[in-house]
Design a protein around this ligand. Sequence first.
Ligand code: TXA
Ligand code: MG
Length: 317
Amino acid sequence: MTGTNPPFSTRILRYGSAAVAEAAAVIRAGGCVAVPTETVYGLAADATDSQAVAGIYAAKGRPSFNPLIVHVPDLDAARAIGVFDDAAQALAERFWPGPLTMVLPLRSDAAVASLVTAGLSSVAIRMPSHRAMQALLRESGVPLAAPSANASGSISPTRAEHVAKSLNGRIALILDDGPTPGGIESTIVAPSPVPRLLRPGPITAEEIGVLLNQPVGGAGDAIEAPGQLSSHYAPSKPVRLHAIDRRDGEWLIGYGDVAGDDTLSAAGDPVEAASRLFDALHRADAARAMAIAVAPIPETGIGAAINDRLRRAAHRG
Ligand code: TXA
Ligand code: MG
């Protein structure tokens, strides 16, 4: 696809009302804009416009069988797209706006291009809290389909520079509002008929289970989100996990007591580690070392999502 793309010169605009107005104009004209959310930068386009959505797939080089998340400004907009039962309603009230995506039955009258759902009868919906994405949603007045703003298969972007490096010349505009606060993609849950975790994330299976008063099945024993290919987050170098020291030729990403060339959190704080994870992987990828090693991260809380992404980063082939 690379050779057939128009030669955009990618502009980076600092967040502000003029930048949001310009970004919304690009969206309304059927283009894509990279925009930060509380998790990672997304590549947004009008979810109701199939040509605009096709532009996302083209810019990312993403397989079109991999459906996209629809971002909405409020619950009314979400209800116009997905069918909410009591469990979905309870999750929305507790965790929205925020880093939770729900996979719900697609309403038959939903104004969403079928390319967004890759023809599935379900739809992934999320109400983000980040001011830039909220402003873009309100100013453009349409639901926004947005995957992470990176070339398909590479590391998710947590800074405008990551987006520029991965998609330079392939998109028209990046709205830059600094590093994203969360750093790891949203939790994906299918609330009904029984709650299933399709992708671990900042909101844990335990929190969801407590709210719904039901255990949450893991992705392993259910149908996974189709995009969860095992090598999804791969850097270009081999990655060794659970490293407690640096071997020859490695760049070591530390955590807690394991000091390295870089650290996810010297204090051993998993939330800090999540916010730094992708930036650390981007830096490790750009370093001269031939290989990457990463210190052990405890599996508790958001640690489960960090380890999920690290396993995918380490998986070859
Ligand atoms: O934090 C996030 O969720 C970021 C920001 C930009 O919102 N977005 C993101 O999108 O991570 P993406 O496209 O990289 O991941 C979306 C995942 C994919 O694995 C996709 O397969 C899954 O959601 N998905 C989308 N629609 C689905 C559906 N109807 N059923 C199951 N999985 C679905
Ligand atoms: Mg992604």
